[in-house]
Design a binder for this molecule. Sequence first.
Ligand code: SF4
Ligand code: SF4
Ligand code: SF4
Length: 271
Amino acid sequence: MAIKGVLVDITKCVGCGSCTVACKMWNNQNYVNPETKETENAHGFEAELDSNTWTTVQYVKAQKDGKEVLRYVKRQCMHCQDPSCSSVCFAHAFHQTEEGAVQYDPELCVGCRYCMIACPFDIPKYEWEKAFPSVMKCQFCSSKLAQGEAPACASVCPTNALVFGDRDALLAKAHEIIAAEPDKYVQHVYGENEVGGTNWLYISDVPFGDLGFPTNLPQTSVPSNVHKFTRFTPAIFIGGAALWSGVYLYSSRRHKVAEHEGKHEEEKHEE
Ligand code: SF4
Ligand code: SF4
Ligand code: SF4
């Protein structure tokens, strides 16, 4: 099975937001969500990813040929080829499907949130508002991919800004597009090598750093470097759990002793 990907051509996106609606419909999420934040930043006005918003199209003001231009940038999980979120998760709540989708399983998650710290793209979000929260992120519509179908967002894009296919073919296509119009495009396919490669790839006519993409990422897999630190994670987590259990048992015992002493004093008073 070939690894799948999506090629995002930022020059073709018109900011219609159809992809964000399709994502919410396919994943049964609220379209109007009081938790969703919209922030105005130096670049423009943008909706943020949250536990109920797995993709967003950000409006970014940038400079091109001395003029201010507006670009629309779709964000979601990049589906890294060697994902950091998965490598730090000692509960094995993440796994990669045959098609390359990085999947999260809430049944296995213990809520440590190391994945949120480890992700170089700040993607996983936590359901802070829920009593029993899970981590949330784009799942690359993995059930659709398994059937050979395009993800919901890519299948509705009216301008072909999102093209779904085999990652290798998309990468070759991205280089062809750039080579055909070298004066238009930045000479870089974002995701080709970032953190060892991602299955979502981007091409653009504006430098990626000006669009808010992290540009100082290692060009090799991160997990191979972090394993030496994270091998202690289960011990630290279990140690922490044991410590808090101890504190809880000690407090409960103190509480029971205090109750007992209170009752004893009352009985003495009655006599
Ligand atoms: S972008 Fe972040 S959440 Fe998505 S696969 Fe990569 S490390 Fe995991
Ligand atoms: S791949 Fe699926 S889950 Fe991910 S942003 Fe697109 S529609 Fe949403
Ligand atoms: S559907 Fe396509 S054109 Fe519309 S906002 Fe999404 S990526 Fe851009």
